[in-house]
Write a protein that binds this ligand. Structure first.
Ligand code: KG4
Ligand code: ZN
Length: 350
């Protein structure tokens, strides 16, 4: 038995889980999990306030870990390792989770596994679907990241594309803000889009058809802003047209990556918070089928931030003998592919 305690605190979700790395399927693998969203605390500010997030993690995390161990019916002495997100993310929150994990590892004399949050997302489809084998093509779409990666194994990532400005989830969140839908915005935009006409508002599709492999969403967001200010269109039509334009961009960019990489890949995989979007999943399913590949997407609850994916990534690492010393650093920036070249405009928030 490899029982892993997983801890996640890099953004606005505090989460803990007990994962059985030897479980045959999803139901057996997630022994217990708890998650506390801070949506209410951040809603008045229209986005995540790092200081508020860190304080909330401090209050919630320790009793949550006690609770999740109780749910699993075990004491800390029964876990084989403690895995925590060590970055990337909001540094205050990351430190709360990582220091808690270090303290538990020291007190119970257990190995520590420092997990890259993006690796948690990247491997979460394997937690959910035991039939998924390496290598696979991964579209990683969250609030902070928008990348296409070849996943050849644990720790073996090659970045093929990234965003030169906003992440896809960020584009959904900004559109939600423009439309007054509040925070968090992605699910609200998806709901409103169902009531609108995706062809009603002409919007740009940045970089579609370009030979450059990357993504760009800043121009689309500005166009949404202008469409709203024009006061001609219904909000539902703007939401539907935005979602269609964004998905057209994602499908086009992913098609370009598949055209080059598909023969070596076992599957097209989508993960990260925006992978919870049903329209995106539908569009990618059709695309994957065109290349003779299955689309693997975790259940929506495993797409948004959670500790099960951190525990699972910890279990995969632990099985390979990777553990980390107690002086391992928290890393607010931590790319999955350390060799990827910086791209024009990356990191510049529009
Ligand atoms: O992975 P995640 O929970 O946190 C990060 O690591 O960023 O992703 C959160 C992002 C947010 O931008 C949120 O608006 C977006 O995922 N999101 C969605 C949906 N559910 C979450 N975007 C579009 N449609 C959804 N259904
Ligand atoms: Zn995330």
């Amino acid at each position: 038995m490899a029982l892993i305690l997983g801890i996640e605190s890099s953004c606005d979700e505090t989460a803990a889980a007990v994962i059985d790395g030897n479980g045959a399927d999803l139901a057996a693998r997630i022994v217990a999990q708890r998650i506390a969203s801070q949506d209410e605390a951040h809603r008045p500010y229209g986005g995540v306030v790092p200081e508020i997030a860190a304080r909330a993690h401090v209050e919630v995390l320790a009793p949550m870990i006690e609770g999740v161990l109780a749910d699993a019916g075990i004491g800390l002495d029964k876990v084989d390792a403690i895995a925590a997100t060590a970055g990337p993310g909001l540094i205050g929150g990351v430190m709360v989770g990582l220091v808690t994990a270090k303290a538990l590892a020291m007190a119970a004399d257990k190995p520590l596994v420092a997990v890259n949050h993006l690796e948690g997302h990247a491997l979460s489809p394997r937690l959910a679907d035991p039939s998924l084998h390496y290598p696979y093509l991964l579209l990683l779409v969250s609030g902070g990241h928008c990348q296409i990666l070849e996943v050849a194994g644990v720790g073996r990532y090659r970045r093929l594309a990234t965003t030169i400005d906003d992440a896809l989830g960020e584009a959904f969140d900004k559109t939600a803000k423009i439309l007054g839908l509040g925070y968090p915005g992605g699910p609200a935009v998806e709901r409103l889009a169902r009531e609108g006409d995706p062809r009603a508002v002409p919007l740009p599709r940045p970089l579609v058809g370009s030979s450059e492999p990357h993504f760009s969403f800043a121009g689309l967001k500005s166009a949404v802003m202008r469409a709203r200010q024009a006061g001609i269109h219904a909000d539902a039509d703007i939401a539907a047209s935005f979602q269609q334009a964004a998905l057209d961009c994602v499908v086009d960019r992913t098609r370009a990556a598949l055209a080059a990489a598909a023969p070596q890949m076992t599957a097209l995989v989508v993960a990260g918070g925006v992978a919870a979007n049903a329209a995106l999943r539908g569009a990618l399913e059709a695309l994957a089928a065109a290349y003779g590949l299955p689309l693997i997407a975790p259940p929506p609850k495993l797409c948004t931030d959670n500790a099960a994916m951190i525990g699972w990534a910890g279990a995969e690492r632990f099985a390979l003998g990777y553990t980390d010393p107690l002086d391992v650093a928290a890393r607010p920036r931590w790319p999955l592919d350390a060799n990827a070249a910086p791209v024009r405009g990356a990191g510049v928030k529009a």
